[in-house]
Design a protein around this ligand. Structure first.
Ligand code: PLP
Length: 248
């Protein structure tokens, strides 16, 4: 598996990284202020997929801690070469044959989208003597091209997932349809927040997390209650091959 892309790319990316971190931090603070939220109610998850360990090191040197990867294979090769203070969430589509590795590598899985997957994760967590925090991914726009539970199916499976002893349901995650105008994503963020409330009613317990908002629309997501924003391009620059490999 090739992690390092064309020479020179990371140099350019890293030179801009400090500025990008600072700008994004300011934008997060401003969005929080607009809606009266505390800055520490939002976790910035730096989406480091396709980027090499040197970039992670530059990011941890700048104070970033949380990183998101969307492929288990890539993460397995990369994480051992990254600074120990980097901490990892899994945000991609998870196949059942990757659950064992995922449980070892990640502190949270954002993308549980079936009861079968939840059961497999539970089994692997049990074998590893771990408890795994998870989010349930919801396909908020009903897009055929996207993974994630249809909302009703999520609510129907919620109790069964929550009953798995080695999983802790922490909330919901969504990837709304790509829109060049951030405001277009707002209704989907509102929908995910409403679904979290519906899920809390089913469980009779609060769910702390809403994972929503990416480079294009994280400010709107914060205004609508995001507690984890997943930001890649705005931090690290364009990924090579991005057009051919859109977010899962
Ligand atoms: C790649 C990816 C992101 C980050 O996307 P950017 O537009 O680069 O910020 C966020 N979430 C998921 C699930 C992704 O796969």
């Amino acid at each position: 598996m090739v992690i390092s892309p064309r020479p020179g790319f990371w140099l350019n990316g890293d030179m801009g990284l400090a500025d990008n971190v600072e700008q994004i931090e300011q934008r997060i603070r401003a969005a929080c202020e607009r809606v009266g939220r505390a800055r520490d109610s939002v976790l910035l998850l730096a989406v480091s997929k396709t980027h090499p360990p040197e970039t992670i090191r530059a990011a941890t040197d700048l104070g970033l801690t949380w990183f998101g990867e969307n492929k288990v294979q890539e993460a397995k090769a990369k994480i051992p070469n990254c600074p120990g203070k980097a901490r990892w969430h899994f945000i991609g589509h998870l196949q059942s044959n990757k659950c064992r590795d995922a449980v070892e590598l990640f502190e949270m899985i954002h993308s549980v989208d079936s009861l079968a997957l939840a059961r497999e994760l539970n089994k692997r967590a049990e074998q590893a003597a771990k408890t795994m925090p998870i989010l349930i991914e919801v396909n908020v726009a009903g897009e055929a091209s996207k993974f994630g539970y249809p909302p009703e199916a999520m609510l129907a499976d919620l109790q069964a997932i929550n009953a798995l002893p080695r999983l802790e349901v922490h909330g919901l995650m969504a990837i709304p349809p790509f829109a060049p105008v951030p405001e277009k994503a707002r209704p989907y963020f509102q929908k995910l927040r409403a679904l979290k409330e519906a899920a809390e009613a089913v469980l009779g317990a609060p769910l702390p997390h809403l994972s929503m908002g990416m480079s294009e629309d994280f400010e709107v997501a914060i205004e609508e209650g995001a507690t984890i924003i997943r930001v890649g391009t705005a931090l690290f620059g364009e990924r090579s091959g991005r057009k051919a490999d859109p977010p899962a």
